[in-house]
Design a protein around this ligand. Sequence first.
Ligand code: PMP
Length: 330
Amino acid sequence: MTLLDYRLTQSNTLSLDGLTSHVGNTPLLPLRRLSRNLSSQVQVFAKAEWFNPGGSVKDRPALNIIQTALAKGDLDDKRLLDSTSGNMGISYATFGAALGIPVTLTIPASASQERMSILKALGAELILTDPLEGSDGAIIAARQLFGEQPDKYWYANQYNNPANWRAHYQTTGPEIEAQTNGQVTHFVAGLGTSGTLMGTGRYLKEQLSSVKVIAFQPDDSFHGLEGLKHMPTAIKPGIYDEAFADETLGVRTEDAHEMVLRLARDEGLFVGISSGAAAVAALRVANQLKEGVVVTLFPDAGYKYLSDKNLWESTPRAERSDSEVEAGRD
Ligand code: PMP
């Protein structure tokens, strides 16, 4: 028996420990070139969440939700069930595979091909829902499945489970405080389940009372900001308190797309669409300031969006010649 075999027989949680020790503690990266027109006393940073083992910010809540359920015995002999737009499912499937917990996910059939392939590779069972109903259709399907077979499934319910926002309260918030030496003045986050905003925002406001927390969401119910919700027209997550943020901004899909290219080409950051939206919102906040440290969070990298060729092969506005713009080709 090798040493590894021996260890694996001693503890079947060894593989989970290996992955869990790499969740969180992500780098905080400065946006140097994109902030060069701001006041010299203003800095903008982003948490690089694709450094998590499952490739996104959702490793934090997924791990906390699973660990909390395991501690209570909720998952004994049951399948973990939840709705997802992709990233949370990948995190559940990653840790589920490591721990031997079977995972069933309801997911809009419109989720990118890359996400579906990753989820299948990790062994998750997928139940596809009507693309026209978006993430709300997936939520309704998960509720229905759980209602029909409560003995088979444990419903993780990321939109209403406090272990979601608490993961950010316990990890993302303290990391930002430490990485900025307590100098952060503004925290900017997008709204999906709202776990990132609520947990990180609560921690920072408790520790540093003058911190401003700014939420952003798609500016319209029809949008291409995967992972984000237009709250006025969506099922409101139970963990979301709309009175919590000091301000809530709307971001256009087109502006987020443009910013994704600028982040890649001006900063070397190959990130996903909601990260583009985060940069748009953070720079809008930073533009209003004479001094301050603005921190946002980039939820994932660009790999899962590569099949959207129109996005990556277009030319960012700043690089186009005046004649192209005048000719209306923008
Ligand atoms: N961006 C992406 C790509 C996501 O997958 C998510 C999670 N749905 C978010 C942003 C929003 O994060 P949260 O659920 O913490 O609000």
